[in-house]
Design a protein around this ligand. Structure first.
Ligand SMILES: Cc1cc2nc3c(=O)[nH]c(=O)nc-3n(C[C@H](O)[C@H](O)[C@H](O)COP(=O)(O)OP(=O)(O)OC[C@H]3O[C@@H](n4cnc5c(N)ncnc54)[C@H](O)[C@@H]3O)c2cc1C
Length: 469
């Protein structure tokens, strides 16, 4: 039984069904996808909970989409466009140079920083390449990204107009609240080690349509998917899960249980004595959360030609042209994303709309004469756990002390931050643990993209000590 139909629950359920298990998946809400879902607004519009993007380095998410027949529903782009409030633009696109230098020409031409700032960024990127990539515990864990960047001599302009632009949206935390290890990994995996790592994957369809094949994969093996099925509590007896109690009061049983709900929901579902005494569960209280805000705007005419833009120097961080991404002509429907949006949480939806609309009018001249037809704001207060320095040690493994209980979720120990890739890895890891315990060990988690070209040689042959954290 898998409890929770987000990416972690779906990926474990589908992998176990593929391995021959009969899986019952229970999801509280009327749709699948969890935080990466889409749904109807009261006004009738079908919207993503928030724009979700993947990267070329997300090997397991890609594997999952292909397993459920959704691989072709993701469009990949290799050209990222940055725009500042004065309308200046920069393009990040790979050159023919081998990794880790494939993006170096784009960085050299990056117009928002001085030449010496760009050179300092180059040095810091080389320090990332020279880290011992095979040694995850290289002393950086526990240091903030801001401290690491300061030690690399980065100016505040370089932080704001380069490092922050990438990392705050990738990791949903400001640089001072971000464990350096996560930040360094993002640059290594996405921008330095492999030419394909930074390719930007955006769904061509509403998020909900990515999961159409999950139900089929589960039902093909005699399993079932039940929506609107909230579990009220997990009953534990004699050191094992005995049953789950549904909201209706009815008990449901299975041989093996995967709890694939958000980490705070785990604490609500398990017996209080257990979550108080067992460090694996008790430590979940130490994981803090971080918000993301999405703003949807519908205009009366086309206002944007590009599929998406990255904004500098504004509250708005990304602008997605949803019309174009869905293959419709023009660009009337835009979605804006603001990660680590703590500052917006106390503000009213109207204030947030006004702020973002004013920024949009500065960034995109075509919006100035256009009329806003509709708008909505989605605030996700607990979008992801906060990857603050040292937080990794509070993330539990997918195995628990209870022999028939496993955990899955982007907050479990995957080595990845809270992303769709992290959620799928956790689902695959839970399925691997179940298969191993059942006597059918199998590797489901795919490795990262291999380091290519000079990146491989530099990372494996330059045996200098890791840059100090
Ligand atoms: C606004 C926003 C933007 C994001 N953008 C990106 C992005 O661009 N790229 C990216 O990679 N990641 C992004 N993420 C992160 C990504 O969505 C998550 O990391 C991932 O979806 C988490 O999946 P999960 O299965 O671990 O958890 P969830 O998606 O939270 O799934 C848990 C499921 O459990 C269900 N559940 C809870 N309690 C019960 C119960 N008692 N009984 C039954 N079911 C229950 C929930 O309804 C939910 O469906 C974003 C997240 C948010 C919120």
């Amino acid at each position: 039984m898998v409890i929770g139909g987000g990416l972690a629950g779906l990926s474990s359920a589908v992998a176990l069904a593929d391995a021959g298990f009969r899986v019952r998946l229970l999801e509280r809400r009327p749709f699948l996808g969890g935080r990466a879902a889409s749904y109807d607004l009261p006004g009738g519009e079908h919207v993503d909970n928030c724009q979700h993007v993947t990267l070329g380095c997300c090997t397991n998410l890609s594997d999952f989409y292909h397993r459920v027949g959704a691989g072709h529903k993701i469009a990949f782009y290799d050209r990222l466009v940055f725009v500042d409030s004065a309308g200046h633009r920069a393009v990040l696109q790979a050159s023919p140079l081998p990794p880790p230098f494939h993006l170096a020409p784009a960085l050299a031409l990056y117009p928002f920083l001085t030449w010496s700032e760009r050179r300092a960024i180059g040095h810091a990127l080389m320090a990332i390449v020279r880290r011992d990539q095979r040694n995850a515990d290289d002393g950086c864990a526990g240091t903030s990204m801001l401290d690491w960047l300061r030690r690399q001599g980065q100016t505040s302009a370089a932080m704001d107009r380069f490092w922050r632009v990438v990392l705050v949206s990738a990791l949903n935390a400001e640089l001072d609240r971000l464990d350096a290890r996560y930040g360094l990994d993002v640059f290594w995996k996405a921008f330095l080690s492999n030419r394909a790592g930074y390719r930007f994957g955006v769904p061509r369809v509403p998020l909900g349509e990515l999961y159409d094949g999950c139900r089929t994969a589960i039902e093909r093996r005699g399993g079932e998917v039940t929506l609107r099925a909230p579990v009220r509590r997990v009953r534990v007896s004699d050191g094992r899960v005995a049953a789950v109690e549904m909201d209706t009061g009815q008990d449901e049983t299975a041989d093996i249980y995967v709890l694939a709900v958000p980490h705070d929901a785990v604490l609500d579902l398990l017996p209080a004595q257990m979550t108080g005494e067992m460090p694996l569960f008790a430590n979940l209280r130490r994981l803090r959360v971080s918000p993301i805000t999405g703003v949807h705007f519908w205009f009366d005419r086309d206002v944007m030609a590009e599929p998406f833009l990255t904004a500098l120097d504004s509250t708005t961080q990304w602008i997605f042209n949803k019309s174009r991404l869905y293959g419709q002509p023009g660009g009337r429907y835009l979605q804006l994303v603001i990660s680590a949006s703590d500052g917006l949480m106390p503000r009213s939806r109207q204030e947030i709309m006004d702020l973002c609309l004013a920024e949009l009018r500065a960034l995109l001249p075509a919006t100035r004469p256009a009329n806003l037809v509709k708008a909505t704001v989605v605030k996700e207060a607990a979008a992801t756990f906060l990857p603050e320095p040292g937080s990794d040690r509070w993330r539990p493994s997918q195995r628990t002390p209870l022999p028939n209980l496993y955990l899955a979720g982007d907050w479990t120990a995957t080595g990845w931050p809270a992303t769709m890739e992290g959620a799928v890895r956790s689902g695959y890891l839970a399925a691997e643990a179940i298969l191993a315990a059942a006597g059918f060990p199998r590797q489901l988690v795919l490795p990262d993209l291999p380091a290519e070209g000079l990146a491989r040689r530099l990372a494996s042959h330059v045996r200098r000590p890791s840059p100090p954290c």
